[in-house]
Write a protein that binds this ligand. Structure first.
Ligand code: CTP
Ligand code: MG
Length: 392
């Protein structure tokens, strides 16, 4: 860990374009005030040893309370009051730096979606180049409007970048830029550095590193956050066991298997399909098959369990997942199941809307040990991996 880098987070603006009755940085976003998301990102980063947050003077107390309430690490945090312009707020933050700080990362309080990777790259680039800012190459064609809102000119977008934050710079260079500034209004630190003749390197940022500026940006940020919190994959395990009984069919994995005994149960007692359903529900954190299809409900009496599996899969898809693969182990002393396995695979794969290679089924005896070994019944384990459809 390198504790010699500090973050300064200017969050002292009034958010006039957001048209709220409070500064936008205190507005709730995905369960926390926007500023909490931003500050958390810097507290989490191992390169950052100290984090200075600059807020409006009349929000100092509220900010302190919020940081405590959201459990932020107070030891590495400092809070101070900002100024009229953004550059005044950053300067107020600079005054709180201690002697050990050699790199400063300035980041808008209003950019809560900054990634760890972007913080890392800006930090590294400042070490290497002296000063570096996150920015994205302009992708739309740029028009300059005349006074009458007719196009006056098309600007060549070649080599044009949109500046973002973090803007990372060696502390002495930033202090020099402030000293040499003529006090003119600027909207980022890079402008001051440029005026002082200090070269600034461009680090490729990200379109999702939004600055929350207008009301629609909040909706976009909510969506992006929701996605970021949806896991790529989820794992599930299911287990089921049914007792042998006379005068019952033996249905395993949707296949009717000739045998002198069947399995007892409210439905068709298809232990394989039940284990698979439980694994799928488990992966979603959605309890189990008994919860969704209770045996007190006569609709499920004698039901072909593949129909239940189809309902479970519809639920999986509703949650925006699909089956990556399943691995199923049937524990059965008799009858021998090997020749039925391809048919089971086919039926289960179809119900799960996947290919047969993604549904592996194996059967084992327990060498006559235990209840399955004594042929009292059949049990089954299933493990599944669900994949989030947004990542495919
Ligand atoms: N900022 C600041 N001090 C100021 C002005 C702005 O610390 N005097 C901060 C804002 O809080 C924000 C960042 O600088 O985190 C970027 O500024 P901007 O998006 O323009 O925010 P506001 O100035 O608050 O919004 P607006 O321009 O719409 O009033
Ligand atoms: Mg502003």
């Amino acid at each position: 860990m390198n504790a010699s880098a500090a973050a300064i987070i200017p969050a002292a603006g009034s958010g006039s374009r957001m048209k709220l009755d409070h500064p936008k940085q205190f507005h709730m976003l995905a369960g926390s005030p926007l500023l909490i998301h931003t500050v958390r990102a810097f507290l989490l980063n191992p390169n950052i040893g100290r984090c200075i947050v600059v807020v409006p003077a009349d929000w100092l107390e509220t900010t302190r309370t919020l940081f405590a309430q959201y459990g932020l690490d107070q030891k590495t945090l400092a809070i101070t009051a900002g100024g009229r312009r953004r550059q005044d707020s950053v300067q107020a933050g600079l005054k709180l730096l201690d002697d050990s700080t050699d790199i400063v990362l300035v980041h808008d309080g209003a950019r809560p979606l900054v990634s760890q990777d972007l913080i890392d790259r800006c930090y590294q680039a400042a070490r290497e180049h002296g000063a570096a800012i996150a920015a994205v190459p302009v992708k739309d064609t740029l028009k300059k409007a005349g006074t009458d809102q007719y196009v006056a000119a098309t600007i060549d977008r070649h080599r044009l970048w949109q500046a973002q934050t973090p803007q990372a710079v060696q502390r002495i260079l930033l202090e020099k830029a402030y000293r040499e500034s003529d006090g003119e209004d600027v909207t980022d630190e890079s402008s001051l550095l440029e005026q002082a003749g200090i070269p600034v390197f461009l680090v490729e940022g990200s379109e999702t590193n939004l600055k929350i500026t207008r009301p629609e940006d909040l909706l976009l940020a909510e969506k992006i956050m929701q996605n970021a919190h949806t896991p790529r994959v989820r794992i599930g395990h299911g287990f089921d066991a049914h007792r042998f009984a006379p005068d019952r069919p033996l249905v395993l994995g949707g296949v009717n298997i000739p045998h002198c005994l069947g399995l007892a149960g409210h439905s068709d007692a298809d232990v394989v399909t039940h284990a698979l359903c439980d694994a799928l529900l488990g992966a979603l954190g959605a309890r189990d098959i008994g919860h969704h299809f209770p045996d007190s409900d006569s609709r499920y009496s004698g039901i072909y369990s593949i129909l239940l599996l189809e309902k479970v899969m519809a639920y999986v898809e509703e949650k925006e997942f699909s089956l990556g693969n399943a691995d199923i182990t049937i524990i059965c002393q008799a009858p021998r199941l090997a020749r039925h396995i391809p048919a089971m695979q086919e039926i289960l794969a179809k119900a799960c809307r996947t290919d047969v290679e993604s549904v592996n089924i194996k059967a084992t005896t327990t060498e006559k040990m235990g209840y399955t070994g004594r042929e009292e019944g059949i049990s089954c384990h299933a493990v599944v991996l669900l994949e989030n459809r947004h990542y495919n």
